[in-house]
Design a protein around this ligand. Structure first.
Ligand SMILES: Cc1cc2nc3c(=O)[nH]c(=O)nc-3n(C[C@H](O)[C@H](O)[C@H](O)COP(=O)(O)OP(=O)(O)OC[C@H]3O[C@@H](n4cnc5c(N)ncnc54)[C@H](O)[C@@H]3O)c2cc1C
Ligand SMILES: *[C@@H]1O[C@H](CO)[C@@H](O)[C@H](O)[C@H]1NC(C)=O
Ligand SMILES: *[C@@H]1O[C@H](CO)[C@@H](O)[C@H](O)[C@H]1NC(C)=O
Ligand SMILES: *[C@@H]1O[C@H](CO)[C@@H](O)[C@H](O)[C@H]1NC(C)=O
Ligand SMILES: *[C@@H]1O[C@H](CO)[C@@H](O)[C@H](O)[C@H]1NC(C)=O
Ligand SMILES: *[C@@H]1O[C@H](CO)[C@@H](O)[C@H](O)[C@H]1NC(C)=O
Ligand SMILES: *[C@@H]1O[C@H](CO)[C@@H](O)[C@H](O)[C@H]1NC(C)=O
Length: 638
């Protein structure tokens, strides 16, 4: 049976080649809110596709109104509360990686094919991520607004950052000794998402901190206050009283489930397509994640709206399968066009990751490194057992740090990374933007990309926006993240079968400015390791890098062999921008050209932030929930 005949739809007069799904009886669960296929109602006020950070936040907020019913359809299962999920020091994200996901050969990375990581579990990324809880900087949101998204700015986001969260301050004496600082006025104190700080640091992290200060990266009072050029402790999405992960399942499902018979969660099922009546989204077809692909999907209807929250890979896939996307792509697969939106699946971005190893050879040794360090957990069983026992008995040990990370991190602007930042910006301005996109790019998408470049090059020139992150886990490798790439990739379906993965092409390193910026970040990290406070530890850069690599060309060539195009921060594939700029959703996150359909997740971002995504996904879902409540007069909103 050819999968391209696998066309579904509420009103399409096609004889499905799949076998009809077994008839399902309808019974309303009164208490339990995890529903199975049999107990899914035929219709809800809202149907949400994807139960990750955005999906669960919205489901929680919309079901505050008892007259609203919400179904969340989530591809993954509930986590089992494993140590690897809940205990930071036992971090094991791979339990819930989306299966068999990989990039196509990356032309900017010597044609390497790389595993693509995203979550498939209730809570999405929040269940398996590294718990780094950061906001973007002021101009991140202001620049999104300036792209034509009215109402988007740092000022408008700040109340939602606070509404989303509850910060628990660390012990004051520990904070003072450890250099943890914050500004209570920018932090939330009554919201669902709990976060705090670990209560342990490796001694080497002080060397790194001081070395960073020595190369012009000063301590930052509060990285969540809208600017974070310098070094700071990493806020972590953990519950301080138990020192365990506080993911969206806990904050936006467990917290409310007993009081919300109107909140239904269907796990281990994929949303296949949005169902339309003309241009109005009326429901979703879905099927078991492990279904025999010859089984027909079931259907569920949404009285008010369908909300897509399936993440940076999942949301564009659902849109394309539903007939919303680039006409050429949909024609190729015989998918009836509902709306020609060339931006769907374009504009893919992530925050590439580079690990720079350091040796422990005798001659060029790092043997002076202080112990214990992160490596001690792996190499010293006594230390590991001791720290685990301390964690179990008093919640106080190295196990409060996310495994492989240390306690502090640095963010650098381009100015701080290199004295030749103006040359990099001038070269990027002179570069023909069209050369950085696939040859067959739509004119509106190109126009939008040009607008993004203008905004991003302004940020490159600013002392207030980071383009990269530096980190040292205190053992044998430094990590460098590239926060603000100009390269743009694509996510396109490769089949009409909703159970098949899309083609993922990050196109990392295809824009020449990205290589120049990453090289500058590499050199900044090298400078930091050469500063006196790190030099006392005797670090030596190891293969594929090393002191013998001196020119930019040599460094760039070595980087192309090892850069990971992703930090699992994939975004921006259904971008919020005006339609004539290739945008997919309006500033209210409504999909252009149709009714009753929104995108709630990270897909709607125009471009990456100067930080990690999680806190912004929570906050923007809070904001969207308020917009929707107002529009439908829910929960007393009008
Ligand atoms: C390993 C890892 C480490 C990370 N580390 C950090 C970090 O330390 N800090 C940080 O800020 N960010 C981190 N991130 C990124 C962050 O978690 C994501 O950016 C964030 O979760 C995105 O939120 P979202 O709601 O857009 O999507 P997600 O949280 O990814 O949720 C999307 C959900 O939709 C489901 N889904 C997909 N397709 C379908 C479908 N067709 N039908 C039904 N369900 C579907 C998925 O299973 C998933 O649960 C990390 C991510 C990963 C995977
Ligand atoms: C929605 O469900 C209710 C109760 O389950 C039912 O009475 C109603 O007819 C349904 N509406 C539609 C449009 O299917
Ligand atoms: C990558 O593959 C393309 C297409 O096959 C080829 O033209 C190019 O030379 C390859 N690049 C490298 C560095 O191998
Ligand atoms: C904290 O900062 C002080 C002063 O700069 C420095 O001496 C100390 O080593 C730092 N400690 C840590 C854990 O960063
Ligand atoms: C899938 O369903 C078809 C048709 O009912 C059946 O012939 C086939 O054996 C099933 N395959 C699996 C793996 O269950
Ligand atoms: C291993 O850890 C134990 C307990 O912390 C410590 O006493 C010992 O010195 C460590 N051994 C080495 C080689 O670092
Ligand atoms: C894309 O589809 C083609 C044709 O069905 C198949 O051969 C190929 O393996 C698919 N690619 C991926 C990455 O799934």
């Amino acid at each position: 049976m050819r999968s391209s005949h696998y066309i579904l739809g509420a009103l399409l007069p096609l004889a499905p080649l799949c076998a009809a799904a077994p008839a399902e009886s309808v019974s309303v669960p009164r208490h339990a809110t995890v529903v199975d296929r049999r107990s899914v109602l035929s219709n809800y006020t809202f149907v949400i596709a994807g139960g990750g950070i955005a999906g669960l936040t919205l489901a929680d907020r919309l079901t505050e109104d008892p007259d609203v019913t919400v179904l969340v359809i989530e591809a993954g299962p509930l986590d089992q509360g494993q140590d690897g999920i809940l205990v930071p020091g036992a971090y094991a994200p791979y339990y819930y990686f989306w299966p068999n996901l990989a990039t196509v050969p990356q032309e900017g990375l010597n044609n390497r094919t790389i595993a693509a990581i995203t979550a498939q579990v209730v809570g999405g990324g929040s269940t398996i991520n590294a718990m780094v809880y950061l906001r973007g900087d002021v101009d991140d949101y202001d620049a999104w607004g300036a792209l034509g998204n009215s109402g988007w700015s740092w000022q408008n986001m700040l109340p939602y950052f606070k509404k989303a969260e509850t910060f628990t301050a660390p012990d004051a004496a520990f904070a003072a000794a450890a250099n943890i600082s914050w500004d209570d006025s920018v932090r939330g104190h009554a919201g669902p998402v709990k976060y705090s700080y670990p209560n342990y640091f490796y001694p080497g992290s002080a060397n790194w901190w001081n070395a960073a200060n020595e190369v012009g990266l000063p301590p930052v009072k509060d990285p969540l206050a809208g600017s974070k050029q310098g070094v700071f402790w990493i806020p972590s999405a953990l519950e301080a009283s138990t020192m365990t992960r506080y993911h969206a399942k806990r904050s936006h499902y467990d917290r409310v489930k007993d009081s919300r018979p109107n909140y239904h969660l269907l796990t281990s099922n994929v949303a296949a397509k949005v169902l339309f009546e003309g241009k109005k989204a009326i429901g979703v077809s879905y099927l078991s994640t492990t279904a025999n692909s010859t089984v027909c999907p079931s259907k569920v209807y949404a009285a008010n709206e369908v909300i897509l929250a399936a993440g940076g890979f999942g949301t564009p896939k659902i849109l394309q399968l539903s007939g919303i996307g680039p006409k050429k792509l949909l024609n190729k697969f015989g998918i009836p066009l509902v709306e020609d939106l060339p931006g769907v699946g374009q504009n893919l971005q992530d925050q590439p990751t580079l690990s720079v190893p350091y040796t422990c050879e005798l001659t060029r040794s790092f043997t002076a490194n202080v112990v214990p360090n992160y490596g001690s957990l792996l190499s010293n069983a006594t230390f590991n057992a001791e720290q685990r026992a301390l964690y179990d008995s008093s919640r106080s040990s190295a196990y409060t740090l996310v495994s492989s990370l240390s306690s502090n991190i640095g963010v650098v602007s381009l100015q701080k990374s290199t004295s030749s930042y103006q040359q990099i910006i001038a070269a990027a301005k002179a570069h023909n933007a069209a050369d950085s996109l696939p040859a067959d790019v739509d004119a509106t998408v190109l126009k939008g990309y040009k607008a993004q470049r203008t905004a991003l090059l302004k940020q490159f020139a600013s002392a207030d926006i980071g383009v990269g992150t530096v980190h040292w886990g205190t053992a044998d490798a430094a990590l460098i993240y590239h926060l603000k790439p100009l390269s743009r990739g694509t996510v396109n379906i490769n089949s009409t079968n909703p159970l098949e993965n899309p083609l993922i092409d990050f196109r990392t390193g295809t824009d020449p400015a990205d290589v120049a910026v990453y090289t500058a970040l590499f050199r900044k990290n090298r400078e930091l390791f050469a500063a006196p406070s790190m030099q006392v530890l005797g670090p030596a850069e190891a293969a594929p890098f090393g002191a013998d690599l001196t020119t930019d060309e040599q460094i760039a060539a070595a980087m192309r062999e090892v850069i990971n195009p992703s930090n699992a921060h994939q975004c921006c594939t259904a971008a919020m921008m005006p339609r004539d700029l290739g945008g997919v959703v309006s500033s209210e996150q409504k999909v252009y050209g149709v009714q009753g359909l929104r995108v709630a997740d990270i897909s709607a971002w125009p471009f990456q932030l100067s930080g990690a995504p999680m806190a912004t996904v929570y906050a923007s879902a809070e904001r969207l929930a308020d917009m929707i409540k107002k529009e439908y007069c829910l929960a007393g909103a009008c």
